[in-house]
Write a new protein. Structure first.
Length: 157
């Protein structure tokens, strides 16, 4: 069996303008559990097939506020730094921008509040690499791409 190339797993071209749009929130009245499950299934498949550690719905052409960070599925996530956080500059790649690496400053610890697939609100504290991934994926939800329109910032509003 021939393994798919990274680009084959993602249904959106790196120059597709949908990657630069602000994604819509998932509304439990408007969007069924089956709809969300289908989007998550496609995201997970693309992430695993691409060898990624995180993915956002816009990367598969779905302009909704859903991200996967490692195994954590987050709907409508919001993030903020907490505690004695530091801003650490490190290298990042992106499934949407193959063969590109950029040095990006990120908070080393964040608190993320999100909805689960069962519509429960959860808050988690993420540190280090997991915090970096979450910030990168939430940037996608806000139409921000590393190396394209990522702006360095000291705080998240």
């Amino acid at each position: 069996m021939i393994q798919p190339k990274m680009r084959d797993c993602l249904s959106i071209h790196p120059k597709d303008e949908r990657l630069l749009l602000i994604s819509q929130e998932i509304d439990c009245v408007k969007h069924s559990k089956d709809f969300v499950a289908d989007v998550v299934r496609k995201m997970r498949l693309a992430m695993v097939d691409s060898g990624g550690v995180g993915i956002a719905a816009p990367q598969i052409g779905e302009s909704y506020r859903i991200v996967i960070v490692e195994e954590l599925i987050m709907i409508n996530p919001t993030i903020k730094p907490f505690g004695d956080y530091r801003i650490i500059r490190d290298f990042e790649g992106c499934l949407s921008l193959p063969n590109q690496i950029h040095s990006i400053p990120r908070f080393d610890r964040i608190e993320v509040t999100y909805k689960t697939r069962d519509n429960f609100i959860k808050t988690e504290k993420l540190f280090g690499f997991s915090a970096r991934i979450a910030q990168h994926e939430v940037d996608h939800l806000d139409g921000i791409l590393i190396g394209v329109n990522h702006v360095e910032r000291d705080t998240i509003q």
